[in-house]
Design a protein around this ligand. Sequence first.
Ligand code: ADP
Ligand code: MG
Length: 615
Amino acid sequence: MSTPNVEKHEFQAEIKQLLDIVIHSLYTEKEIFVRELISNASDASEKLRHLKITEKEIFDKDLELEIKISTDDTANTITIQDFGIGMTKDELVKSLGTIAHSGSKQFLEALKEGGSKNDNLIGQFGVGFYSAFMVANEVKVYSRSWKEGESGHVWTSTGAGSYEVEEVEGQRRGTKIVLSLKDDDKSFAKDETIKEIIKRYSSFVQFPIKLNDEKVNTIDALWLRGKSGIKDEEYTEFYKFQANAWDEPRYRLHFSADAPLAIKALLFVPKENPERAGFGRIDPAVALYCRKVLIDSKPTELLPEWMRFTKGVVDSEDLPLNISRETMQDRSLIQKLGRVITKRFLKFLSEEAKKRPDEYQEFFDKFGFFLKEGVAIDMTYKDELAKLLYFESSAQEKGKKTSLADYISRMKEEQKEIYYITGQNRESIESGPYLEGFKARGIEVLFLYEPVDEYVMNNLREYEEKTLVSADQGDLKLDDVPQSSEESLSEDEGNALCSWLKETIGERVKEVKISERLVDSPAMALTPDAMSSQMRRMMQQMGQPGMPTEVLFEINPRHALMKNLNRQRETNSDLAKLIALQAFDNSMVAAGLLEDPKDMVSRMYDILSQASETK
Ligand code: ADP
Ligand code: MG
């Protein structure tokens, strides 16, 4: 029976799907719901602690911030109460009825990816508040916002499709969640069980946790303690608690500084990169504290955007507690703080790269993209970041990467530039025409496979005073022409062939000339601008033409095809023309420059039929 002031709501479709999985999952570590609900209680309390600094009017202002948990093994319930910011009616509906938070969003996205092992996914992402339904057949959420003039409400659901919201009297500020446990999960109504779980998962909560009126945690700001007294497991537990993470950290950096600002920081790099797994952009997650008081759990202006993969805590005594993003002075203070931390983090990474190169390579494979993004768009750190970049190269076996510094250390004395080629993969670069001139001269070339690499090189421009040069650039001059033992067209013959080719190909080519670079291939197409084939392909995919109007065609005077062509243009000029055009189109394909292959295909058939006629 519904009473008039009870409102019934349907869950959003995604939440229904999520609840269905949560309720029917066989996930064994159901106890994580304790951690999730305490973490929400702690978040709400942290927010209130901060509001107290910035707001005058707060309902129930003097209520102490603590987390109260009570168990009742006769009624089979567990109750978790906080005195944090609470929720208004609208907030209850929005926060608990729609997919508002990142954890469940990631969970659902992973599910769409085709994860049939749903139980496992719960463990990987956590399902936040909804984990309560793993153990409860009914959940009641009583809540009263910190805002004056709002009334209290209770939200009730069995997790099956809908929930109800009703106004309640006499509610204190904050949230009280009552779980009626399923028969199989009655053990969670036992004091000892819960005490043990709290000890395991929630040792870093910054508020007293009272279980049946007994305080069960010691409040400890790990980041303020000395490094030497902290065990690895404590760091890991803290990371999991603070970042709401399920993996182990890959790196951690715990440091303090006194100048130019008093800082204590504890940063982590996770094991996995969720952006790479396709879970969308990560929010910044290095929380900003001032003397243990949380100021902002996701400060966007503290660290540069490319550092968004890091987790942890930064605490500075020099920040005013009522810091405001609106005032210039405070903003610049936060940015100054961020610069100190970023520099220290970069130094840490470069030390790691030297000390433990294998681990660093693993890190770079997973997180290198962020460093590259930094070089490509952040002028402030690009030089330091460039030192941390690694690429495959012609001098290294497949899979092995080199830094720019190591590349330079292998350079010959007379080499002034750092060369690179972009391509889909190693095979396509090695089989293309651009590498051979460098190979013949024993010059190392970096292999770049990712679209972002192009931006990296264009923004970096040079490294240790060596210009970075794309190897498929038209105006490239390589000294020390390799002497081929094979017979070459004479200079006159070569020049004559070039002008005939120019005439035959026509408008599509700006200039035809004898190549100084080619060794094995008959010809190659080049563009005078620095934009490489990969970049052009990308622009094409984005629907921008991006095609250069000027193409250079270089021919190899030692190659049999060119020598034959030079003869045939006199003896069989029709076939010679077809071959010339085809050779040009082939080189355009290799350069990623051919827009429309229609003509090329029909011409190819022409050539094939002529070839099949000769006996
Ligand atoms: P998350 O904590 O990752 O945001 P949850 O599923 O755990 O996701 O919670 C969803 C939302 O419900 C929270 O973002 C918050 O807005 C609200 N919420 C949950 N528990 C509480 C609480 N104890 N006090 C106030 N708001 C809460
Ligand atoms: Mg949560």
